[in-house]
Design a protein around this ligand. Structure first.
Ligand SMILES: [Zn+2]
Length: 435
């Protein structure tokens, strides 16, 4: 079979597989990811690949398939099969139709992330059909329960079945967006993520009748100045490796931070907003609770603050900063949780493999690292096995701003051109890394 024929075949194959996956409703909650896992089991079986379902409860299966290698470092295609919900009333088409319209496949999960699930399965199966023998194991891991994280997906697998999912390298969601900066295309690769570490700010006062404010000490009023202080906070920027790597890739050199930021801003108006979360923790007050009665002045006011820490920063590191922002006062801080926040190194064979794909996809384009502001399953592999896990799936045909707005929103769809590029990326990376 010629290269052209093989390419055309894979394009068709990934489109049809994605359509089938979208038609299997896996909205989480409740998930029902076994529906998607079974489609993948059947598809892989047609290509002569045996895969295993590993499930805590029958309706929420995770799928793992493996092409055994010769003992070298292993590579996993990691993805999740659940989706967030969709309200059909907001959509122009049925969210579970999988319709192909003007070269785009429509439906919930097309971008996040059944498109990458389908591309991973097709890349995996096509390599097996060609008789490719990897130097290390090649794994395809399609997990349940990423969107909610109730303990049915990768968080559970790394503890209950570590040998099934242990890997040295992994490619997951979280990156692949294309920006044109100073005339040069830049593809983003997610090599780290920020830690989600929200906290409660509990402000104390003294209750009293609202008709006589002078006799009370209103905790809500006191809290307002802390909310102002949190909103006005401008953290001291810190050049973490991901920000340094990003600025170097974009500017071609690493000038001092302030100059780098200014030059980045001049390159693209969106760049400042993109780089800023990479430079420091962020503090966003989002919820407030005080008195439950109109005529009672509250003795306590609780403000929930969404806080995102830099990779490897901890709440213990952040607390003195937060206290300095708030100043002295009658309040306490209570950290609610601390999730994510891991990073992988930047100079790795996986990086080189993705970078060489980007060169092939678009000569002159560069790959730039980024830390995801949000959480992905890459965190569990990094934390459990020290896996080098990157988020990358090329978004070339679709405008990245449009793609970002469609994720978790109405009218989600993916261009078949991007699906096809994704299949090529996964095949290219596998051949470079495990060839
Ligand atoms: Zn996702």
């Amino acid at each position: 079979m010629s290269v052209v024929e093989e390419t055309a075949g894979l394009r068709q194959e990934v489109t049809e597989l994605l359509q089938a996956l979208i038609r299997a409703d896996t909205v989480n909650p409740p998930g029902n990811e076994t529906r998607a896992a079974q489609i993948l089991v059947d598809y892989l079986a047609e290509c002569g690949i045996q895969s295993g379902l590993i499930a805590r409860v029958p309706e929420r299966a995770n799928l793992v398939a493996r092409i055994p290698g010769a003992g070298g470092p292993s590579l996993a295609f990691l993805c999740h099969t659940d989706t967030v919900l969709a309200d059909p009333a907001e959509w122009e088409r049925d969210p579970w139709s999988g319709e192909l319209v003007d070269g785009e496949v429509w439906g919930r999960g097309a971008l996040d992330m059944k498109g990458q699930v389908a591309a991973s399965a097709v890349a995996f199966a096509s390599l097996q059909r060609e008789g490719f023998v990897p130097s290390g194991d090649l794994l395809f891991i399609a997990v349940a329960d990423e969107e909610v994280g109730d303990g049915y997906g990768l968080r559970w697998l790394v503890e209950a079945h570590p040998e099934a999912v242990r890997c040295d390298y992994a490619l997951n969601e979280g990156g692949g967006d294309r920006l044109v900066l100073g005339g040069r295309p830049v593809y983003l690769c997610a090599t780290a993520e920020k830690m989600s570490a929200p906290f409660l700010l509990r402000v104390h006062g003294r209750s009293g009748h609202a008709s006589m404010p002078g006799i009370a000490d209103n905790a809500l009023v006191k809290a307002s100045r802390y909310v102002d202080a949190l909103a006005a906070y401008e953290p001291e920027p810190e050049l973490i490796p991901e920000a340094q790597g990003f600025l170097e890739a974009v500017l071609g050199e690493a000038p001092p931070l302030e100059e780098a930021l200014q030059r980045a801003n001049e390159l693209h108006p969106m760049l400042g907003a993109l780089v800023q979360p990479l430079l420091a923790l962020t503090l966003s007050p989002t919820m407030i609770e005080a008195s439950r009665k109109r005529n009672v002045i509250p003795a306590v006011c609780e403000v929930t603050v969404d806080c995102r820490l830099l990779p490897e920063q901890t709440p213990q590191d952040a607390e003195p900063l937060v206290r300095a922002v708030l100043g002295e006062g009658d309040y306490e801080l209570e950290w609610i949780e601390a999730v994510g926040g891991t990073r992988s190194p930047l100079e790795t064979p996986l990086w080189d493999a993705v970078a060489s794909f980007v060169q092939e996809l678009e000569p002159g384009a560069v790959l730039a690292p980024i830390a995801c502001p949000g959480f992905t399953d890459s965190h569990f592999l990094r934390e459990s096995f020290g896996t080098v896990a990157y988020g990358f799936f090329p978004v070339k045909a679709m405008d990245p701003v449009l793609a970002t707005t469609l994720v978790h929103s109405a009218n989600e769809r993916v261009p078949v051109d991007d699906l096809e590029a994704g299949v090529h990326m996964l095949r290219h990376v596998t051949r470079s890394l495990l060839g």
